[in-house]
Each structure stands twice: as structure tokens, then as C-alpha cells.
Write a protein that binds this ligand. Structure first.
Ligand code: ZN
Ligand code: ZN
Length: 375
């Protein structure tokens, strides 16, 4: 599909050069993505930060947002996974510095209410459910997008996590969301039962599934199998140390004590559940929008299968995951399949690839290359 391309008029260029403002990437209609002028954000509360995004990854939900699956009357800002540089801080912020590079959590969360304290920051008491950057069609509120010159981040101490020394920001662009999402489908289960075999099922959302496979290998699972009908995802899974299982999801290959389910297809979820051993665990990061249940509850009851489903909690998970990245146990860059220049974001945002990262020229040079892909 071709993106909707739009050139700035001379008047718009002149206006942008004399008025305080910025450009941000907006979805303006079905499969239509363009740079638009927007007011520059300002510090509103003394716990805020203003950040300048440097490298932005495309989340697995982004193609659905621009496809019109979740309709919006208004244009909305795009991008909710990034590494950014802090350019301003409210007076009450401690432990962060201007110029510091940080991962920005995708969910807006205070980090200190009872729900955040319990580790469920994605359901923060202070904000309506689904209060996220770059997802106005889901929440109805425009919190801003990360494909922008600047972004206001409330609760900066909770929502910003410093990038470990020596780690390329492009490598961490997806840590705000999808890396955490894959990680949490396996992490606690593998830690409770080290050495157990894990099956990761990818029926959509391939990057989340690949991050799950990498985490399972890193955290000490036994054999990690990766089931999919996507040859690109299967090839990448093998590079991460998993065994590739090509499947059409019709028949299970085996039964596993731990299964991670990632995607958006009913047959994929059912394959994952059918592949879970009695008294085993299936942890799902899938979103299936149909109202009818695709879950065979009778089978889960009879076999004692524990089924977990829900969103990742970004602010709660970041402090747990960043040390694993700093030690290189997790290497999210191994899942990145395409890196493009900032200016190419409108076209690239609509292209098919497993994990897209849009990066500013200064950090691309810092990463030492201009290659499109690392795979
Ligand atoms: Zn996301
Ligand atoms: Zn909270």
C-alpha cells in the first residue's frame, strides 16, 4: 500500500520557521501518515520532563492503528516506543539530568499509587485505562506521540529509565513496550521453573514473540521452540537460539509446561492452549478483538491449565528489564530488521518488516552505520 504523501507548502514552511512549534508524525486517515505542525510541549507540572525522541520503534499495534481498526475522528500522533534525550525537567524531579538518554515508558503512570506500587502500573489509579502515548483512538485522549521533536512526559522519575552506559539507543528503541511485553510472558514462569521447555507461538506480533523467545533462552529455560507460519520470524528465532517449528496452527507438535502466546488469530491462540501440558501455563500477550471467547474453558478446567492474559505494565517492568539489557543477557537489537532515517518515517511506517526503528541522523552515525537492516 502506498502512503499518503504530502509536501509542505511554502506558507507552512515560513510559518513553522517563525512560530514556536514542532513537527510530529500524525495519522490523518486510513493508511495516511504525515508530518504535521504542532505546538511545542511545555513543562506543566514540576514532576514533568520534556524529552527529544532519538530512536522510535514501531509497536505491533501501530499497523492496526493506522489501518482504522480503532477509528478516530481526529488526526492522532504516532509512536509510543522510544529512546529520548531529556531537554527540560520540572523542579521536583530528582535523579535525572538534562542531556541524559532515557527509555520512555509507553503507558502514562504515576509510579506511586497503590496500583503502580503493586506492579500494575498500566492500570494507574490517576489515569483512565489505556492512557498511552501515540494511541489516542484507544483512550480518547491525546498524550502526544514519540515521532515528534519533543514530548511532555509526566511523572518523569517513574516513566523515564536511564539508558545503560555504552548501549546504542537504536538497540533500545522498543524497550518502552514490545520488549517488556515479550519478556513478561515468560520471565516469572521460567524463574519459577528453570530448565522447563518453552513454546513461543507467533501468529502475528512477531517481534513480541521473538523478544519472548530471547528472554526464555536468556533466563534459563530448557528447549525453546518457536512455532509460526511466518518464515521471516522463524528464521530470526533460530538466530536467537530457539528451534523453529513451521506450523499452520491446525495440529499441535507437542505439549509444553510453559507456552507464550503472541498474535491476533483465533487458531493461533487455540494452538497455544492445545500445546500446553496438563497443569502447565499459557501466558498470552494476544489481543483478539472478536467478542466471542476463543478460549476452550472446559479443556483448561479439566487439564488444570493456568491461562494468563493482560497488558504489560511498563513502568513496573522497566527497572527489572534494564539491568538484563545492561548485562547484555537481553539484546533487543537482534530483533530489529530495519532502521530508517527520521525523515523517512511517513513512508516507512506503512512498510512491512518485523521491527522497524526510525532514528535521527546523529544517533545513526553514533551507531556507526547506515545499514537498513542488521539481519
Ligand atoms: Zn505498543
Ligand atoms: Zn499510579
Amino acid at each position: 500500500m502506498q502512503p499518503h504523501l504530502r509536501k509542505c507548502s511554502l506558507l507552512e514552511r515560513v510559518r513553522a520557521s517563525i512560530l514556536p512549534g514542532m513537527r510530529q508524525l500524525m495519522c490523518t486517515g486510513k493508511q495516511a501518515v504525515e508530518w504535521r505542525d504542532a505546538p511545542s510541549p511545555k513543562i506543566e507540572n514540576d514532576t514533568d520532563a520534556i524529552v527529544r525522541p532519538l530512536a522510535v520503534a514501531r509497536c505491533e499495534i501501530d499497523p492496526f492503528l493506522v489501518s482504522g481498526l480503532f477509528p478516530s475522528k481526529e488526526p492522532f500522533a504516532l509512536g509510543h516506543e522510544c529512546v529520548a534525550e531529556i531537554v527540560a525537567l520540572g523542579d521536583a524531579v530528582r535523579g535525572l539530568e538534562i542531556g541524559q538518554r532515557v527509555v520512555v515508558a509507553f503507558q502514562v503512570s504515576c509510579g506511586s499509587c497503590g496500583t503502580c506500587d503493586a506492579g500494575h502500573s498500566g492500570l494507574c489509579d490517576l489515569y483512565p485505562t489505556l492512557s498511552d502515548f501515540g494511541m489516542q483512538p484507544l483512550s480518547g485522549t491525546e498524550y502526544g506521540g514519540m515521532l515528534s521533536e519533543a514530548l511532555r512526559v509526566p511523572h518523569a522519575e517513574a516513566m523515564l529509565c536511564p539508558v545503560p552506559e555504552g548501549i546504542d539507543p537504536i538497540a533500545l528503541a522498543s524497550v518502552s513496550d514490545n520488549v517488556l511485553d515479550g519478556y513478561r510472558t515468560v520471565a516469572s514462569h521460567v524463574r519459577e521453573s528453570p530448565g522447563e521447555n518453552v513454546l513461543v507461538v507467533s501468529h502475528g506480533s512477531p517481534s513480541i514473540a521473538l523478544y519472548a523467545a530471547q528472554a526464555a533462552v536468556a533466563l534459563g529455560a530448557g528447549q525453546v521452540d518457536f512455532a509460526s507460519d511466518d518464515p521471516d520470524a522463524l528464521a530470526l528465532a533460530e538466530k536467537l537460539g530457539a528451534r523453529a517449528l513451521t506450523t499452520d496452527f491446525a495440529r499441535r507438535e507437542d505439549r509444553y509446561p510453559l507456552v507464550a502466546d503472541c498474535g491476533n488469530r483465533v487458531e493461533g491462540l487455540q494452538y497455544a492452549l492445545n500445546s500446553t501440558a496438563p497443569e502447565g501455563i499459557c501466558h498470552s500477550a494476544s489481543y483478539l478483538p472478536m467478542p466471542e471467547s476463543a478460549v476452550p474453558l472446559g479443556k483448561l478446567y479439566t487439564l488444570g491449565i493456568r491461562f494468563y492474559i493482560g497488558r504489560a505494565h511498563a513502568v513496573s517492568l522497566l527497572p527489572e528489564v534494564m539491568p538484563l539489557i545492561a548485562s547484555r543477557a537481553l539484546r533487543p537489537e537482534e530483533v530489529t530488521t530495519r532502521v530508517v532515517d527520521w525523515e523517512d518515517a511517513p513512508q516507512a511506517w506503512l512498510e512491512e518488516t518485523i521491527k522497524l526503528v526510525v532514528a535521527r541522523g546523529d544517533v545513526r552515525k553514533g551507531a556507526g552505520g547506515t545499514a537498513d537492516s542488521n539481519t
